[in-house]
Design a protein around this ligand. Sequence first.
Ligand SMILES: Cc1cc2nc3c(=O)[nH]c(=O)nc-3n(C[C@H](O)[C@H](O)[C@H](O)COP(=O)(O)OP(=O)(O)OC[C@H]3O[C@@H](n4cnc5c(N)ncnc54)[C@H](O)[C@@H]3O)c2cc1C
Length: 460
Amino acid sequence: MTQYDYDLFVIGAGSGGVRASRVASSHGAKVAVAEEYRVGGTCVIRGCVPKKLFVYASHFAEEFEEAAGFGWQVGEARFDWKTLLANKDREIDRLNGIYIRNLNNSGVEIIESRAVLKDAHTVYLAGEDRDVTAERILIAVGATPYLPDIPGIEYAISSNEAFHLEELPKRIVVAGGGYIAVEFAGIFNGLGVEVTQLYRGPLFMRGFDDDLRDTLAEEMRKKGVDLRMDCDITAIEKQDNGELHLKLSNGDTIHTDAVMYATGRVPKTDGLGLDRAGVQLGDNGEILVDEYSQTNVDSIYAVGDVTDRAALTPVAIREGQAFAETVYADKPLTVDHSIIPTAVFSQPELGTVGLTETEARKAHGEVDIYKTSFRPMKGTLSGSEEKTFMKLIVHPETDKVLGVHIVGPASGEMIQALGIAVSMGATKAQFDATIAVHPTAAEELVTMKQKWVPPAQAAE
Ligand SMILES: Cc1cc2nc3c(=O)[nH]c(=O)nc-3n(C[C@H](O)[C@H](O)[C@H](O)COP(=O)(O)OP(=O)(O)OC[C@H]3O[C@@H](n4cnc5c(N)ncnc54)[C@H](O)[C@@H]3O)c2cc1C
């Protein structure tokens, strides 16, 4: 029998890789994990966690303003970017330490090095210039920001650098229309930066329910983000005084201090040696896997963003867990990617689960829509004109709630619980039979009685 150095070698100590390593080790496998940057991966080091800390920071300006209506007099408020960065870095260091300790305590060997494949059982550790062998290899290298190849792109930053800016710019242009773009537009806007957000299509947040996209655009504009659709940057020129001049596809020019690209992320498969091992890739460079996260090469598996199934931390963790349970506990487990509750920490926040109206109509033909838009109670004294929006999509025959979409404070928190109901196949009648929690915004979810009728039909 062939002797390998390890039972399992994991490349990438992010959300998926760490979970898989620990679970495999707990079932008795000899495991090593290679990490080329920092243990914890994107989510902990330069994704979900620092992003959410920035979101919290950016909310205060609005809250100070709103406090006046409730009788508070807040003195002159000043914001110090360097304090936020230092405190954020301290928290990230703490979490990084916890991840390292957890791996150590689970008996997983951590190797601080870039790792690439040599063949189906061999990994080359670039930092140590040596090979190791393993019975199985798990690729959990995540994804990396995509920046287009336009003149002057070297002056642009991505989310990676946005977490470490020396100074907070006075003006920034955020290019992109996905969740990272809207989140950062909201963060910078809340911190007092003049924000322009550009999206090349007619309406940003593609893939989300159209009502959510419209409502978010309207609310972000009300908060002062200069949101421009149907326009893209064609070139970036740096002036002697450091100012950036952006040429736009519509002929306009924007003068700014910084430009951040959030135009998608690509699987980090470049230079990983996948061709040497014979691993098949999809059109976007993603690793193709079956429902057990196994590639076309029997000994090689892949989980998380590198497989481009659903680029979210809880999904990567679930895939890592399922892989390890399947292979090392003989408990075949797959991950259901069909219903994934998710939040976007834009301002206002989004929460969404299940089908969008467009998807539901495509899958089921006619569907019943319930929706409401209102000014939440807090706005009555704070003076905020921000609207909360909620929408239920219901199957007309089975009465099943196919999708729930929310814009407004705490919608991320609400959608976690709604995700349980929707995953269980709850019906509209069951929503209606649930007693409301009063006074909350969420009570609207169980008190929407009137089906929405398109304006043209209503006028008939
Ligand atoms: C700005 C931002 C905000 C986000 N916010 C959220 C959010 O709010 N909620 C959410 O669910 N998700 C969020 N995500 C997505 C989330 O971070 C990812 O889905 C998740 O981290 C994927 O986990 P993973 O294990 O696939 O990869 P990662 O966590 O990216 O881990 C991959 C690891 O592999 C390492 N690596 C890569 N190549 C090699 C190599 N050759 N050798 C050794 N090591 C290597 C990398 O350094 C990295 O540490 C966000 C992402 C970003 C960028």
